[in-house]
Design a protein around this ligand. Structure first.
Ligand code: CO8
Length: 260
């Protein structure tokens, strides 16, 4: 697929998707969402991709939300289609069998906050602003914000953001666990790539199983969730990387992982 609204690159195992509509603060229209979905699918299917990074172009915004200009005349059926497309894409990111990092370089509002919440980890620039301001324009979050935000920051704090349309800065986002780390804007991508390279060097099957256990165990009873963990962990013993990891530890050398 030819991309007009995103930039997509893969270098040394790191895939980077950059939302690239800076004049509209990288707002997501349906065309951009289709491109995002396509690029994430490429990442899922390409064994060379070990980690996915999402960021925004320019120095002002990650994504300032769904495109209000496109949505203003929506009928309910248009809204439904746009939301379903968004949900499919968010779920694709969330369940990608490899890690994803949102490098939040400015506004992450509405749909932008929701995209970052679908990622495993959020690294954030000092100028970042998070919020779910949909209520201010007569909406509520529609790409998972009412569900993923409380899971990350707790119900009371999520309600403050969703009901009050409140925006929070990077420091507050860090304080409440929404941001994993905060960096000066000029260091954000370098630090994100450094951590992404670390993840890319980990045993790929282990990473896949860890994500699976966390994602799919979260809403189960503790008994069922710990059973899921046991099964995921047991499967790691079928890999060459587990043998290598333990052997290297006992031989006091660096492991040489091959991703199987
Ligand atoms: N959609 C479309 N255009 C946008 C958006 C947006 N979400 N955000 C910014 N823009 C455009 C502005 O219209 C402006 O365009 P122009 O230069 O042509 O006038 C340009 O980007 C720059 O924006 P501002 O001049 O407003 O820049 P400021 O620095 O003054 O303000 C803000 C920056 C605070 C980010 C401000 O632009 C703003 O409040 N934006 C809207 C934020 C928002 O409400 N986001 C939530 C949208 S709703 C949503 O995401 C729902 C998700 C899923 C639901 C799906 C339902 C179908």
């Amino acid at each position: 697929m030819e991309y007009k609204n995103i930039l997509f690159s893969v270098e040394e195992g790191l895939a980077t998707i950059t939302f690239n509509r800076p004049k509209a603060l990288n707002a997501m229209n349906s065309e951009t969402m289709l491109e995002l979905k396509d690029a994430v699918t490429v990442c899922k299917d390409d064994d060379n991709v070990r980690v996915l990074i999402l960021t925004g172009s320019g120095d002002k915004a990650f994504v300032a939300g769904a495109d209000i200009a496109q949505m203003q005349d929506f009928e309910p059926r248009d809204a439904l289609a746009f939301m379903e497309m968004g949900h499919e894409t968010m779920r694709l990111i969330e369940t990608l069998p490899k890690p994803s990092i949102a490098a939040v370089n400015g506004f992450a509002l509405g749909g932008g906050s929701e995209i970052s919440l679908a990622c495993d980890i959020r690294f954030v620039a000092e100028n970042a602003k998070f919020g779910q301001p949909e209520i201010m324009i007569g909406l509520i979050p529609g790409w998972g914000g009412t569900q993923r935000l409380p899971r990350v920051i707790g119900m009371g704090r999520a309600k403050e953001l969703v009901l009050g349309g409140v925006q929070i800065d990077a420091g507050r986002a860090y304080e409440i666990g929404l941001a994993n780390r905060v960096y000066p804007l000029e260091q954000l991508m370098e630090e994100t790539r450094k951590f992404a390279r670390k993840l890319a060097g980990m045993p790929a099957f282990g990473i896949k199983m860890a994500k699976h256990a966390i994602n799919f165990g979260y809403d189960l009873s503790l008994d069922n969730a710990t059973r899921l963990e046991v099964e995921c962990c047991a499967q790691c013993f079928s890999t060459r990387d587990q043998k290598e990891g333990m052997k290297a530890f006992l031989e006091k050398r660096k492991p040489n992982y091959i991703g199987r």
